[in-house]
Design a protein around this ligand. Structure first.
Ligand code: AMP
Ligand code: ZN
Length: 160
């Protein structure tokens, strides 16, 4: 078991030590209702084992959690009466993560809920194409990095 470095409320509720409304469970994952939902039906999909964020969760487990999210999404849409949905991961302080036990938000949306994940971001401008190209090139180089491949990642860089 990957022990949390400090007290973890999600470990508590996964282990049955805190009140929780579970809507899905398998050997690796649990989904439960968010205690302070954007709209009723807002659910969190979390690994049973403690991992903090995208930087430490194993790739296959992260993929499994997304698979669970994809299974739950249409069911939550029907149960909540919302046809639209945000699927969100906040990973790290700067990204707004508050509970440091990795989780995927499933947020059913209503027209008048006033919740905002507004993109494109109003406070940003459109950079010159050279900056976008340069960043794309850095990412392609990163994908080709032999050190990364030694860690068994399978994504492929753009050919050329
Ligand atoms: P994040 O900012 O992505 O870490 O989101 C944490 C989410 O966990 C928030 O939406 C909280 O409302 C939710 N939350 C915190 N404590 C509990 C709890 N005991 N049971 C269910 N959801 C919780
Ligand atoms: Zn935990």
């Amino acid at each position: 078991m990957n022990a949390p470095s400090r007290h973890c409320i999600f470990c508590d509720l996964i282990q049955g030590a805190a009140e929780v409304s579970v809507c899905y469970e398998d050997d690796r994952a649990m989904a439960f209702m968010d205690i302070q939902p954007v709209n009723l039906g807002h659910a969190l999909v979390a690994p049973k084992q403690h991992f903090e964020s995208l930087s430490d969760i194993p790739r296959d487990l992260a993929m499994h959690l997304f698979d669970v999210a994809m299974t739950l999404s249409p069911v939550i849409q029907r149960a909540s009466g919302c046809s639209d949905m945000n699927i969100v991961v906040n990973s790290g302080h700067q990204a707004g993560q508050n509970v440091f036990h990795y989780h995927v938000h499933l947020i059913p949306r209503r027209a008048d809920d006033n919740f905002e994940i507004a993109l494109p971001f109003e406070g940003s401008s459109m950079p010159d194409r050279t900056f976008l190209d340069a960043m794309a090139a850095r990412i392609i180089a990163g994908l080709r990095d032999p050190a990364r491949q030694a860690h068994g990642r399978s994504a492929r860089a753009v050919a050329g």
